[in-house]
Design a protein around this ligand. Structure first.
Ligand code: NQM
Length: 350
């Protein structure tokens, strides 16, 4: 009965189990089988494990010494699908990423400095880097603060996440099909990867208003079939191959903003509708809204100025992405603010 040191951390609007690679089997198949068992499946509720019965609470972060300069730690993200019990490393998670800073400091992997501590994270899934800045007065991690993020109750200390090189993270190019607009099953879509592979399409093109509740969308089987058909065709075009068993690309339905932001979103990740929106999913979607020919641009309300603060509206509020554009209109910098909290530290029993 293996007992493995583990921390449960809320990272942004997700919750995950964090492990050090040295505590897990080296071979990926053995590691994944063990993690699937710990999270508890195959069972949509994950009642026999520590997963939360939803893709957003069935996530794992594996932390290891850095293999890329100038990173402080390596972070491998694994998505455990509760019902199917598959374990996928095909995507990043920008929410658990915020918790990596907490884990690294709490475990002493990165020494806290007086004031602020920067933790540079190598996101092993895609090879990209992110610089996290955490508050550490007196070399202690500050937990309390006044930063609120929609989708999480209360407030906490901010964690600034500055992505260094995320364009084409999984697909090799920002626009992996070579176009800002493609047509799949008669619907105009943008296949984009600015940190997360996402197919962005107008809700109206599928007969939706775009502000339906996640519950209503989850219950709309014909819609989900249409989205899956588009997704399965988009996968190979996005250089992701057969994506039937993959958690990417995500499917983001966009419509005009309702609350003065950039755009309204409803995102399937990819078979369940997100209660808010993923971090890198939001960065990719915001990017699609800035491409003049993209279907999303026709309904987005992008502010002037550079850098831009882009409020991506989602079912539980909005999510601010900060972007700087180069002279040719390409995104040269992207960043977000998240919060994270250590919830539990102990041993997981497999
Ligand atoms: O897009 C959900 C989440 C995510 C991933 C998903 C994420 C991101 O909300 O960077 O954070 O899209 O599967 O945690």
């Amino acid at each position: 009965m293996p007992a493995i040191p583990c921390a449960l951390i809320r990272g942004g609007t997700s919750r995950g189990a964090y492990f050090q690679a040295e505590d897990l089997p080296e071979d990926p198949a053995g590691r994944d089988a063990l993690l699937a068992r710990i999270m508890g499946g195959p069972d949509a509720l994950q009642v026999d494990g520590i997963g939360g019965g939803h893709p957003l609470t069935s996530k794992v972060a594996v932390i290891a010494p850095p293999t890329r300069q100038p990173a402080d730690v390596d972070y491998l993200f694994l998505q455990v699908d509760p019902a199917r019990q598959t374990v996928s490393d095909a995507q990043n998670c920008g929410n658990l990423l915020a918790g990596v800073g907490v884990f690294a400091i709490e475990r002493g992997l990165v020494p806290a400095r007086d004031g602020e501590t920067t933790v540079c994270v190598h996101m092993v899934n895609t090879g990209a880097l992110c610089r996290l800045v955490l508050r550490t007065p007196d070399r202690r991690l500050e937990v309390a603060g006044d930063t609120a993020i929609d989708g999480v109750p209360g407030t906490a200390a901010p964690i600034v996440c500055n992505y260094l090189d995320i364009a084409g993270s999984s697909c090799g190019a920002l626009l992996p099909t070579g176009h800002a607009v493609d047509e799949i099953d008669g619907v105009a879509v943008t296949c984009v990867d600015n940190g997360m592979p996402v197919v962005v399409l107008r809700a109206a093109d599928l007969g939706l208003e775009g502000a339906e509740s996640p519950e209503a969308l989850d219950g709309d089987e014909p819609l989900k079939e249409r989205l899956e058909s588009i997704r399965l065709q988009a996968g190979p075009r996005m250089r992701l191959g057969d994506v039937a068993a993959q958690s990417v690309p995500k499917m983001c339905l966009v419509s005009p903003p309702r609350r003065g932001g950039l755009v309204t979103t409803r995102t399937f990740i990819p078979h369940v509708c997100h209660r808010s929106i993923g971090v890198l999913g939001a960065v990719s979607t915001a990017t699609a809204c800035l491409l003049p020919e993209a279907p999303a641009a026709s309904l987005a309300d992008a502010p002037d100025g550079n850098p831009k603060a882009l409020d991506v509206e989602h079912p539980s509020g909005s999510f601010q992405v900060r972007m700087r554009l180069g002279p040719d209109g390409s995104v040269t910098e992207a960043g977000v603010v998240r919060t994270a909290r250590l919830l539990f530290s102990g041993t997981a029993i497999a």
